[in-house]
Design a binder for this molecule. Structure first.
Ligand code: PGA
Length: 268
């Protein structure tokens, strides 16, 4: 069970100072690209300010997991996967299991990324099964939630995010909630260059925090890391990180460049 606690130095306690920065490479980077990324990125780690209180996770495509695992083995970087199937094994052509990910050194798994919801048709029900399966396998689920532009314009952003939290966290116990990371990623901000303002993000993060406290308990809701994602870059990383309920960042496009990603981590 120890994997569950890799994030939490005490037994499940979120330190108010610690932050988590996750790179989501999406369908970019072969194993060869990943090796060249780390050749440039690892030497930069020493220059990152406040590195001791920052946890850095890289989520490459499945085919680059082994190469990444080898490349980061003597560093404090951790490995994540972009998705996982909820069944243990069997006739599920094209899917990947928890066991396969663990064998590749994975400790974190994204669940319900908006591209999986909106391009690949994943529902809250499927995502819920994935979150439960990730926890059952002692890895950390990074549950992604976020509204579309038309939903925000209709004033429905909080309702959508609240419903996603309820649907995707069904069956999670008070004890296991702090082992889940939540990432707020407004769909309209992903890959568009139009990030939410830090105040817009903080408003949603504080809504997420309050919802978790209501759905579970004050104690466990307050322990959850809530990350912001959506067009994070060197220009806005510091702003987000100042907000009280933003406990880290999920970085897509800008994490593919070793120099940019190192700078974002420094600023976070
Ligand atoms: P972006 O992607 O930083 O390229 O907007 C974020 C994400 O989808 O996780």
């Amino acid at each position: 069970m120890s994997n569950n606690f890799i994030l939490f130095s005490g037994a499940g306690t979120r330190s108010m100072k610690d932050i988590i920065v996750i790179a989501n490479w999406k369908m970019n980077s072969t194993a060869r690209d990943a090796n060249s990324f780390f050749r440039s990125f690892i030497p930069r780690l020493a220059e990152i300010q406040g590195l001791a209180s920052k946890r850095i996770v890289v989520c490459p495509p499945f085919t680059a997991l082994h190469a990444c695992h080898r490349a980061i083995s003597s560093t404090r970087l951790q490995l994540g996967a972009q998705d996982m199937y909820f069944e243990d094994k069997g006739a599920f052509t094209g899917e990947i299991s928890a066991e396969m990910l663990k064998e590749s050194g994975v400790k974190f798994v994204l669940a319900g990324h908006s591209e999986r919801r909106h391009i690949l048709g994943e529902t809250d029900e499927t995502i819920n099964k994935k979150v439960l399966a990730i926890l059952k396998n002692s890895m950390v689920p990074v549950l992604c939630v976020g509204e579309k532009l038309e939903e925000r314009e209709k004033g429905l952003a909080k309702k959508i995010v609240g419903d996603q939290l309820k649907g995707c966290l069904k069956g999670i116990t008070n004890d296991s909630l702090p082992k889940v990371i939540v990432a707020y990623e407004p769909v309209w901000a992903i890959g568009t260059g139009k990030n939410a303002t830090s105040n817009e993000a903080e408003e949603m993060h504080s809504f997420i925090r309050n919802s978790l406290v209501k759905m579970f308990s004050k104690q466990s809701g307050n322990k959850v890391y809530i990350l912001y994602g959506g067009s994070v870059n060197r220009g806005n990383a510091a702003e987000f990180s100042k907000m009280p309920n933003i406990n880290g960042l999920l970085v897509g496009g800008a994490s593919l460049d070793a120099g940019h990603f190192a700078e974002i981590i420094s600023l976070a």
